[in-house]
Write a protein that binds this ligand. Structure first.
Ligand code: KIV
Ligand code: ZN
Length: 512
C-alpha cells in the first residue's frame, strides 16, 4: 500500500520559472540546473514546454536523455500536436511524464477558449486518453481550478482519472486563493471525486498575494500529495511557491505536518545560488531560507542568545541546507591538495581538469584578496568550471576615464591564442570597453539590465556583475567576476557574447 504521508516535490523552475519576465536559459544552463535538481532529489522535474520553441524542445529532450533519478515531465496543451511533440521530447527519460493542461474556469472558457463546458470536458478526456497511448504517467492540470465551478471541476477530475490520468493538478493559476479556502477546496475535491484514490492530487500555487507557500501547505494538510514549486519562488508574474520554503516548512514543522519528503537538504543552498546566478534573478536579502540575512543575527540581544544557545533564535541550522558558517582558512600558500579537500567539504567534487582551472583562479584571487571565503570560492567555481567554452578571452583592459575626459577603453582579446586589439569611446568606461569588444568580435550587444553586487564584504571584495545583453533579438545573461568592478562588467558583457557565439556555432553545426 502506497505511503499516504509521502509528499512528492514537482519542480517547475525550468518551465513556469523560466516564464519569469526577462529570464531565458540556454540548453546547457537548463541541463546544469536539472542536474542540480536531481542532486537535490526532487521527485519530478518539469523540464519545459516542448511545443513552445525549438530551444525548449531540445532542452527537454537533452534533460530527458541525461538526467537520471527524477521523473522528467514536459508540458503541453490538450491537443494532439502538443502531446506528440512533448512525447518526442521526454520519451528517452528513465521515467517520462506527459503533463497536459486545459482551463476549466468559466472566465477562461468564455474569453480565452470560447468553448462550452461540455466541449472542454470532451477535450480534456481525449487529451488524457491520447497521451496515455504513449506514456503510463500522465498528469492533467485544470488551469484556473481554484476559480472553476466546483461541480463542473469534480466532473472533469473524475473523467480524466477514468481516462487514465495518474496525477491531477488543481492550480491556483492567478494566485487568488487564501490558505483556509484553498485547503477546504482540496478537501472537498477529495471528498466529492468518487475515483480520487486512483490518482495523486497535486497543487500549483502562484504568489500574487504572497500566499503560494501557505496555500500549498494548507492543501497538503487536506490531502494533496504533490506540490509544484520553483527554486527561489521564481515563475510567471509574482512567481510560484518557493521549493526551498516548502521543503524547510515540512522539515522544521514535521511534528505538525507529519509528512515525508525525500530530499538532500545539504543541496538546498547550492541549488538556490545556481538558479539565481544562471537566471540572473537576484535573491532578496530577507528571503526565507536562502536570503543573505536568513541566518544573520543583528541585534545584540539576539547575538548574545545565539552564542549561549542557538535554538534561542534559530529554528533551522544553516549547515542543514548546505550553508557553511566557517570562513575559509586557505590562503595564497595553500596547496592543491588542501584546496581539493576544502572543496569536497563544501560539496563540490570536481574532475581533475576542472580542479586545475578552479585552483588557478583561486591562486589568482588569493594574490589579490587577503581573505578568500566560501562565497568567493563558489563564485570562482561558477565562473570557471561551469562556464561555456570561451571563444573570446579578455587579456588586457586599459581605461581612461574621469570627470573631464571622454571615457576611452583599449581592449585586447585572445582568439585561438592570437591577440586582437581595439579602442573605443563611450558614455562611460564600461560602454567604451563594450564598444571596443564589438569591434573585435563583430558581434553587437545591447545592454538591457546591469547589476553589480559584492560576493563578500570588505574593500577587496569580489564584485559580481550580472547583465542582460540583447544580441540579434535574443537575451543572454552575462556574468563577470573580478575584484575590479570595471573588469567584472566587461567580463560579464564578454560572457554574453561568448554564449551567443557558442549557440550560433552549435546551431550552424546542426544545419550541416
Ligand atoms: O499556473 C498554472 O495554471 C500553470 C499550469 C499550466 C499548470 O502553470
Ligand atoms: Zn503556473
Amino acid at each position: 500500500m502506497a505511503n499516504k504521508n509521502r509528499i512528492y516535490l514537482f519542480d517547475t523552475t525550468l518551465r513556469d520559472g523560466e516564464q519569469s519576465p526577462g529570464v531565458s536559459l540556454n540548453v546547457d544552463e537548463k541541463l546544469e540546473i536539472a542536474q542540480q535538481l536531481a542532486r537535490l532529489g526532487v521527485d519530478v522535474i518539469e523540464a519545459g514546454f516542448p511545443i513552445a520553441s525549438q530551444g525548449d524542445f531540445e532542452a527537454v529532450r537533452t534533460i530527458a536523455q541525461k538526467v537520471k533519478g527524477p521523473v522528467i515531465a514536459g508540458l503541453c496543451r490538450a491537443n494532439r500536436g502538443d502531446i506528440d511533440r512533448t512525447w518526442e521530447a521526454v520519451k528517452e527519460a528513465e521515467s517520462p511524464r506527459i503533463h497536459t493542461f486545459l482551463a476549466t474556469s468559466d472566465i477562461h472558457l468564455k474569453y480565452k477558449l470560447k468553448k462550452s463546458r461540455e466541449e472542454v470536458l470532451v477535450q480534456a478526456v481525449e487529451a488524457v486518453k491520447y497521451a496515455k497511448k504513449y506514456c503510463s504517467d500522465v498528469e492533467f492540470s485544470a488551469e484556473d481550478a481554484s476559480r472553476s465551478d466546483f461541480d463542473f471541476l469534480v466532473q472533469v477530475i473524475s473523467k480524466v482519472i477514468d481516462a487514465g490520468a495518474t496525477v491531477v493538478n488543481l492550480p491556483d493559476t492567478v494566485g487568488y486563493a487564501v490558505p483556509e479556502e484553498y485547503g477546504n477546496f482540496i478537501r472537498s475535491v477529495i471528498e466529492k471525486v468518487p475515483n480520487v484514490d486512483k490518482a495523486i492530487i497535486s497543487v500549483h500555487c502562484h504568489n500574487d498575494l504572497g500566499m503560494a507557500v501557505a496555500n500549498s501547505l494548507a492543501a497538503v494538510l487536506q490531502g494533496a500529495r504533490q506540490v509544484e514549486c520553483a527554486v527561489n519562488g521564481i515563475g510567471e508574474r509574482a512567481g510560484n511557491a518557493a521549493l526551498e520554503e516548502v521543503i524547510m516548512a515540512l522539515y522544521t514543522r514535521n511534528a505538525f505536518y507529519n509528512k515525508e519528503i525525500n530530499v538532500n537538504y545539504g543541496e538546498i543552498y547550492r541549488t538556490s545560488r545556481l538558479v539565481s546566478s544562471l537566471t540572473g534573478m537576484p535573491i532578496q536579502p530577507n528571503k526565507a531560507i536562502v536570503g543573505k540575512n536568513a541566518f544573520a543575527h543583528e541585534s545584540g540581544i539576539h547575538q548574545d542568545g545565539v552564542l549561549k544557545e542557538r535554538s534561542t533564535y534559530e529554528i533551522m541550522s544553516p549547515e542543514l541546507i548546505g550553508l557553511s558558517r566557517s570562513s575559509l582558512v586557505l590562503g595564497k600558500h595553500s596547496g592543491r591538495h588542501a584546496f581539493k579537500e576544502y572543496l569536497k567539504e563544501m560539496g563540490y567534487v570536481l574532475k581533475d581538469e576542472e580542479l586545475d582551472k578552479a585552483f588557478l583562479s583561486f591562486k589568482e584571487l588569493a594574490d589579490k584578496k587577503k581573505e578568500v571565503t566560501n562565497e568567493d570560492l563558489e563564485a570562482v567555481i561558477k565562473d570557471q568550471v561551469w562556464a561555456i567554452p570561451e571563444r573570446f578571452t579578455l587579456s588586457y583592459l586599459h581605461i581612461s576615464s574621469g570627470t573631464t575626459v571622454v571615457p576611452t577603453a583599449t581592449v585586447k582579446l585572445s582568439i585561438e591564442n592570437m591577440l586582437f586589439e581595439a579602442a573605443a569611446t563611450g558614455d562611460g568606461p564600461v560602454e567604451a570597453a563594450c564598444r571596443a569588444i564589438d569591434k573585435i568580435t563583430d558581434i553587437y550587444g545591447k545592454m538591457h539590465d546591469y547589476r553589480l553586487s559584492a560576493v563578500t564584504s570588505g574593500k577587496d571584495a569580489l564584485g559580481e556583475v550580472i547583465s542582460r545583453i540583447e544580441i540579434d533579438g535574443k537575451i543572454y545573461n552575462g556574468r563577470g567576476l573580478s575584484t575590479d568592478i570595471i573588469e567584472a562588467s566587461v567580463k560579464s558583457y564578454l560572457n554574453a557574447i561568448n554564449k551567443h557565439y557558442y549557440e550560433r556555432q552549435r546551431d550552424a553545426k546542426k544545419q550541416v
